[in-house]
Design a protein around this ligand. Structure first.
Ligand code: UDP
Length: 392
């Protein structure tokens, strides 16, 4: 099975995919056992302390490490400013250049920046609101650029995505103003989850989303073959003009609350990390997280086998089938992981953790500034009133 971590030596080579296996009897046999992985993960796991956003601060240290010796120089910022919108913090006030590729994303981020700006030291930083990070380690660029999702190959500095305060994007027919404010969504999904005890959930693997990465294809193909085991279908992406996707009909979107009625929820990367992850963890369903390449700032504290089941991005439809069948037969294990995933997000990914991360990030960033940021002619001040005008 194409799981990411190592797994126990197979004790029994018989698999449910080998019906000719002599002694399979009524019970399916698998050529892997996930229990040792879970036990080891739990043994190694140190739960995060309650202190706000402390679970994630290691990211900040790692992301800023490249500037520990040189500091952040004016020359670096001059080179980086073409990769995003330049913001300045001056005397506890926030200023920005008028250009932003996605103005509503900038406005959502500004919600957080205004929350933390008072009391921050002077600084300037480049904020990239495109999906794709900008500073690949082979590009020869130095940064700094703040981006919401990166891989280990990128030197961008991660910030909490605009979708935590989503008065916009990603827009779906379901969510024309964006997938929602995280503070409200948390409570909504938690209430939905508490109305849906584990035993009432359908023992089916579920996915709804656009074909923003082909890694989703194996599950959709399996769903076509085994609809009793998997319900995975593509929806139209708002920015996608094409209609074809794996020869499959595009289906209507399903709100997050609808996802919670299923026991096994798949999370795949999209263009970069998908905002789906934190939402479906709040369903109290078991999250099967595919691939480990693309990160958001909070992923660092979520541990495979403790909070979710890790799945390789190369897993075939057969691998996925075997895994889901295994989870069906090991229902209690699945429920326990689901509960821990929920508990983590509920306890440690509150709006105040997001604000705390922004504050810590900018405090640490400012310590690296080697020059005094100055106001420039075109820049304007971002205020709550300016933001309200923007939304109206
Ligand atoms: N989404 C949803 N229901 C759907 C389709 C999508 O709630 O039927 C959410 C999904 O969870 C994600 C966002 O809409 O947070 C965009 O999903 P999509 O698959 O289009 O793109 P992704 O960002 O995952 O690549």
């Amino acid at each position: 099975l194409m799981l990411r971590s190592t797994w126990a030596e197979p004790e029994n080579k018989c698999s449910n995919l080998q019906p000719q296996c002599p002694d399979s009897g009524d019970r399916l046999k698998f050529n892997f056992d996930l229990v040792p992985n879970i036990l080891v993960a739990l043994q190694d796991y140190t739960p995060c302390s309650e202190t706000q956003c402390i679970c994630y601060v290691l990211n900040i240290r790692r992301d800023l490490e490249s500037y520990a010796v040189t500091g952040i120089t004016q020359k670096m910022i001059n080179q980086s400013r073409r990769f995003g919108t330049l913001y300045k913090v001056l005397n506890g006030r926030l200023y920005r250049h008028p250009d932003c590729t996605y103005p509503s994303r900038c406005a959502n981020v500004e919600h957080f920046l205004l929350d933390v700006v008072t009391g921050l030291p002077n600084m300037e930083f480049v904020l990239n609101v495109c999906d794709w990070p900008q500073v690949h380690f082979l590009s020869g660029l130095s940064g700094p650029v703040l981006s919401y999702s990166i891989t280990s190959q990128h030197l961008d500095i991660m910030y909490p995505a605009w979708s935590f305060w989503s008065e916009s994007g990603p827009t779906l027919q379901l969510y024309p103003l964006g997938i929602g404010r995280w503070d409200l969504m948390r409570h909504h999904l938690s209430a939905v989850a508490s109305r849906l005890p584990w035993k009432s959930k359908k023992p089916i693997a579920f996915f709804r989303g656009s074909r923003s990465s082909k890694e989703r294809d194996s599950l959709v193909l399996l769903s076509q073959r085994k609809p009793d085991l998997v319900d995975a279908q593509y929806t139209r992406h708002t920015s996608d003009k094409s209609t074809s996707s794996l020869d499959a009909e595009l289906v209507p979107e399903m709100p997050f609350s609808g996802h919670c009625g299923f026991k096994y929820l798949f999370n795949f990367r999209g263009v970069t990390a998908s905002f789906r992850f934190r939402h479906i963890l709040l369903c109290k369903s078991l999250v099967l997280h595919v691939g480990e390449e693309w990160q958001e700032f909070f992923y660092i504290a979520l541990k495979p086998w403790v909070h979710y089941v890790p799945v390789s991005s190369n897993a075939t439809a057969e691998d996925l089938e075997e895994l889901i069948l295994y989870l069906r037969l090991n229902d209690e294990l699945a429920e326990q992981i689901a509960q821990r995933g929920y508990d983590f997000i509920w306890n440690h990914l509150k709006m105040r953790d997001v604000e705390c991360y922004w504050r810590q990030l900018l405090l640490e960033y400012a310590k690296l500034m080697t020059y005094d940021a100055q106001l420039e002619p075109e820049f304007y001040e971002v205020t709550h009133t300016a933001l309200q005008h923007f939304w109206n």
